[in-house]
Design a protein around this ligand. Structure first.
Ligand code: DPP
Ligand code: ZN
Length: 852
């Protein structure tokens, strides 16, 4: 397959003024009749052939202005010669047949357990009808659905309906990727929202019969999101209805189709008995994310798929702001940075590294990545820090004003910031065009004197080579810094230093004593800080820093230093970190959620990443052992206090997912995991038996599995929840995630033979195969069994569902970190994937890039 290049962009030859679609639904033979009102595009003078995208469509009829044409489609579309088209406006009619029942790729129109649904982003619409399937072609859609289903939904407002049919009209011009259709036996959980200008919006969450009582939390989150976007960005909803549908078979998390969001049911359905605090958290964030797309994505969309970060980076940034407002900014920021490092830094440091705005791709589905999403959001956070809150507000107002109804680019986005703030962003743009995580090296100098001393902070940036980009220029890096005096008082409050050159010094005069700097407060830029610090300084910041992120970061760095030493040498855990963490655990003045984040050890993959960056070859077995040993040392330090601390953290009253109660459970369950290291699982078994909610039940079960117990509890869990798909996903995943390194592949092997293992369901596939690749020591076990197992399943999944197979191949992206044996074993598996007959474009591109 040939790569597509940003540099080759051209506007489409024609405009679509209006789309009329009729669907006659049938599992094996759905008819799609399309009437497109079209005209030549004045920006492309001359007469052009009309090229329409289309894949897997059986063409029944084709006519222009009522005159039948004999053109035949090829494998990727249909070309109507310019000579067959009038010079002005015309109507193109097509009728095609498709088979949603056989569509296992879950792209286009497909069936999920008896219901029809669609997924069109990025290029699924071409599997529904012939169309210029590109985001810069925008048109209003009218849709008629005929089908033997009680509920028939599409985008926009309902116009008319009767038994077996319904008509929908979406007045807002949209690209085809935002088209959606749902038909099924569904029940609604309904509510209303009055916008601030007085529009009365009907809200519905559509689910399978029996799931109605698991929608209340998502509905609350939707209403909070709608109010927040009005208050924070001045953005109102613009239709009379907002529908959300929960679907069991879904490749991604959710999809922002205009007026008809479609969600993976995992990110909608929740009750205290079936969902954990983390699930509630994620549901709120994803409901908000998809809702926020209505403005950042739908009203203003992307000119082409290279601009994906225009909508995704901004919408992630907005959902992060929202979650921070709802649940607390300190904890939210720490969680976001943990995720950024785990997924985006990992990607940016390996063979799959690519810019936030890539300049070429083979399969766009392979670029829905942590870099586009999470680093895309970080870049906006930096922009906001550089231009200030007011500047950001003015720029966003201008963006909505200037580009509403358009398909825009990153150049357009940066221009509104330049015009609104007067700042030149030419250098800043490198964040969009260059891949790789910069390292910022820190050097300190102190010059004491009579009238007070001068402290000089020197910062140097290194921008590492990445695939296709051997050299790059200096970036604009906002580094938020504060200084503490030796008593722990803040003597210089936070200020943002702008590092724009390769090396720069910043001076602070008139200080009474050599300060302790707190650098990169709030994680003000997505960089790796290389600062040789003493354990004393780290412990000091953990105790005194006023910036909650850096306070947490100090403890984290302390833990990493120790874990790296333990994994690389025969060093023991020492007492510095355990003493400091015991103090944090007991410190009632700190938010329990914050304490829980401090106590959470860096993941094994994170330790491997850190070891690799420090020039070591990570040994997964040693990392695993070191991490367990450090946890045990902390458990021993807290010792007999643990049971009392755990009991005191149980939130009063009935279960509620609110941040306060969830934070208490998070800390309590973390202490329970420590207690399990001392009592072998007695307390955890009790908690499992008594658990009144899924959060505590799962936490107790995880602790038991870590201790090599829990078989009876697993059986009881299965007996109770065997009929519940979402809960059973947890049951599958948990066993693989907590299997001992030498058993992980065998546990996964056993689970894929379980009658409830449905490999065509992406959630279930991820629950087993995804969990195995996330079990660091298990996946990288020296036998290579897990590598083989994961590759086998990717090869098997690829013909059915290339998109999910390709996404999960990122399991192998870290191979360059490891020893020659492991590298060889992984590359053998990648070669085997590449040699598979009929390999998809999706997995083919990934395997080739992974090989490097
Ligand atoms: N556009 C979707 C989202 O990120 C992904 N399919 O919300
Ligand atoms: Zn999105």
């Amino acid at each position: 397959a040939q790569p597509i290049h940003l540099a080759d962009y051209q506007p489409f030859t024609h405009l679509v003024d209006r789309v009329d679609l009729t669907f006659r639904l049938d599992p094996k033979a759905t008819r799609v009749i399309a009437r497109l009102n079209m005209a030549p595009n004045p920006v492309r003078p001359g007469r052009h052939d009309l090229r329409l995208d289309g894949e897997g469509l059986r063409l029944i009829r084709l006519a222009v202005d009522g005159r039948p044409l004999a053109c035949q489609p090829d494998a990727t579309g249909l070309t109507i010669p310019a000579g067959d088209l009038p010079g002005g406006t015309f109507t193109l009619e097509t009728e095609v047949e498709i088979a949603p029942e056989g569509n296992t790729a879950l792209e286009g129109l497909y069936m999920s357990r008896g219901m029809y649904c669609t997924q069109c982003e990025a290029e699924g619409f071409r599997k529904i009808t012939f169309y210029p399937d590109r985001p810069d072609v925008m048109a209003p859609f009218r849709v008629r659905i005929e089908g033997d289903m009680p509920v028939l939904l599409s985008n926009g407002n309902p116009v008319a309906q009767g038994p077996g049919w319904a008509e929908w009209d979406d007045p807002w011009p949209k690209p085809s990727y935002l088209f959606a259709l749902v038909a099924g036996d569904l029940r609604a959980h309904s509510d209303r929202f009055a916008t601030r200008s007085g529009r009365d919006v009907a809200l519905n969450i559509w689910v399978r019969p029996g799931d109605e009582d698991r929608c209340a939390f998502a509905m609350g989150a939707l209403k909070r999101s709608m109010a927040w976007d009005e208050e924070t960005y001045g953005r109102e909803y613009d239709l009379d209805v907002f529908n959300i549908v929960a679907v069991d078979d879904f490749n991604m998390g959710a999809m922002e189709n205009k007026g008809l969001n479609i969600f993976n049911s995992k990110f909608v359905l929740a009750s205290p008995e079936t969902a954990t605090d983390d699930d509630f958290d994620r549901i709120e964030a994803i409901i908000a994310h998809e809702y926020f797309h209505n403005w950042t994505g739908n009203r203003i969309t992307c000119r082409d798929w290279f601009q994906l970060c225009l909508k995704e980076g901004l919408t992630v940034f907005r959902d992060q702001q929202f979650s921070g407002d709802m649940r607390g900014h300190a904890v939210k920021r720490i969680e976001d940075v943990i995720l950024l490092r785990a997924r985006q830094f990992r990607e940016d440091g390996g063979p799959l590294a690519h810019p936030v705005r890539p300049d070429s791709y083979v399969e766009i589905n392979n670029f829905y990545t942590a870099t586009v999403y999470e680093k895309g959001a970080e870049v906006i956070g930096m922009l906001k820090r550089l231009v200030g809150d007011d500047g950001y507000g003015r720029a966003l107002d201008l963006y909505f004003d200037r580009h509403d109804g358009q398909a825009a680019t990153i150049e357009d986005w940066l221009k509104v910031f330049e015009d609104a703030t007067g700042r030149d962003l030419a250098q800043f743009k490198r964040w969009y065009t260059e891949a790789g995580t910069p390292t910022v090296k820190v050097f300190e100098a102190w010059n004491g004197g009579e009238a007070g001393g001068t402290y000089t902070l020197t910062l140097a940036q290194v921008n590492p080579p990445t695939p296709g980009q051997p050299e790059k220029g200096a970036k604009v890096i906002p580094v938020a810094v504060g200084l503490l005096n030796p008593n722990g008082d803040e003597v210089v409050p936070t200020q943002v230093l702008e590092l724009t050159g390769p090396v720069q010094s910043f001076r602070f005069e008139g200080l009474g004593a050599r300060p302790v700097p707190s650098i990169l407060r709030g994680f003000s830029a997505p960089v790796i800080l290389d600062h040789d610090r003493t354990a004393e300084d780290r412990a000091f910041l953990l105790q005194h820093d006023t910036d909650p992120f850096n306070k947490w970061e100090a403890g984290r760095a302390l833990a990493k230093d120790i874990l790296v030493r333990m994994a690389a040498t025969d060093a023991g855990p020492g007492t510095r970190w355990t003493q400091a963490m015991a103090a944090v655990a007991r410190d009632g003045s700190l938010d329990p959620a914050f304490r829980a984040l401090c106590l959470r050890l860096p993941s094994e993959d994170d330790i491997a990443q850190t070891l690799h960056a420090a020039g070591h070859v990570p040994d997964p077995a040693r990392i695993h052992a070191a991490r367990r040993r450090l946890a045990l040392a902390l458990a021993e330090t807290l010792g007999a206090d643990l049971p009392g601390m755990i009991a005191a953290l149980v939130p009063p009253g009935p279960y509620s997912p609110d941040p306060e109660a969830a934070g208490r459970r998070a800390l309590g369950n973390q202490l329970l995991a420590l207690q399990t290291r001392l009592d072998g699982g007695e307390a955890a078994a009790r908690r499992f038996a008594e658990a009144g909610n899924m959060t505590d039940g799962i936490a107790a079960l995880a602790s038991l599995l870590e201790a090599g117990r829990g078989q009876a509890e697993l059986a009881a869990f299965e007996a109770r929840w065997g009929g519940d798909r979402l809960v059973m996903d947890k049951w599958f995943a948990l066993q693989v995630a907590h299997a001992a390194p030498g058993d992980a592949a065998a546990v996964a092997e056993r689970l894929v033979a379980h009658p409830a293992f449905d490999w065509k369901n992406p959630n279930r596939f991820r629950a087993v195969i995804g969990a195995l690749s996330a079990n660091h020591a298990g996946f990288h076990h020296e036998s290579g069994a897990a590598y083989r197992f994961v590759a086998d399943w990717l090869i098997r999944l690829d013909p059915a569902n290339p998109q999910t197979a390709a996404r999960m191949s990122t399991a192998f992206e870290t191979w360059p970190r490891y020893d020659a044996d492991r590298q060889g074993m992984i590359r053998d598996q990648l070669a085997r994937i590449l040699a598979s007959p009929g390999l998809s474009r999706d997995l083919g591109e990934m395997a080739a890039r992974l090989m490097g």
